[in-house]
Design a protein around this ligand. Sequence first.
Ligand code: AMP
Length: 289
Amino acid sequence: MSNTSSSPIVVRTIGELRETVDTWRRDGEKIALVPTMGALHEGHLSLVDIAHKHAGKVIVTIFINPTQFGPGEDLDAYPRDEAGDRAKLSAQGVDLIFAPERNEIYPPGFATRITVDGLTDCLCGRVRPGHFDGVATIVAKLLNQARADVAIFGEKDFQQLLVITRLSYDLDISTKIIGAPIIREADGLALSSRNVYLSGDERKIAGRFNQVLRDAVEALKQGQSIGAVLGKAQAELKRHGVTRIDYLEIRDAQNLTPYTITLAPDARARIFGAIFIGKTRLIDNMAIA
Ligand code: AMP
């Protein structure tokens, strides 16, 4: 049963979170967790919808995790709107918002870091050193704090979803990790809290990003070579005004092994891209099958 009639409880401490979860457990409730960094949009809310399908009680966490931002990245500028987030989550029938302060999560003396090998060597892991250690550490903590039955993560951050699935298996965390499809604007741009950074002109360029990926997928399906397709896609991105391409690659959807020459007929391949438009970094990915 979802909480449609009342506002979510907002808690700031792990103790209060656990107390509420323990009460729900005693009442036989199933619990779903949706970790976020706030500045919520329809992409986040789609995860909440999925959470409701799996559990009677839904927890959304809002925490801008400093350890996943590198030096010079946008930690200080990252959009914050707790009042707006609260209203959206209330309308969505969320039961509890966990919005801890930084010290609650990383008290003085905090010294542990989780590293997931292999999956983090490439793509965002290569260009954002330490990013996935920060992600793995915070997600392991949140999973351990909430001890939910399921946790929902978006395919928008596909590599992150694989890293979290791996760590929860490796660390014997019993919460089931569920992936959720990417929610997009009408022109294909994946919703992201960072899209608010884009000026009007940059927003137009951003709309081309997914179109270029879709065209690449189509060309691959028609049998064109990976090298030719990626070369053309990069040229298109530049032509549209993309400032920098961090990567544009085709990799296996389970272990991120690269495909550079041809796709195996049963390939579970995805195309992955990360670009800068001005100072704003955008990522996207799509299945090729
Ligand atoms: P963030 O607040 O950016 O850390 O994202 C929190 C969760 O929402 C992550 O699991 C993201 O993958 C997911 N998410 C963000 N944008 C989208 C989107 N456009 N569609 C689906 N899920 C998303």
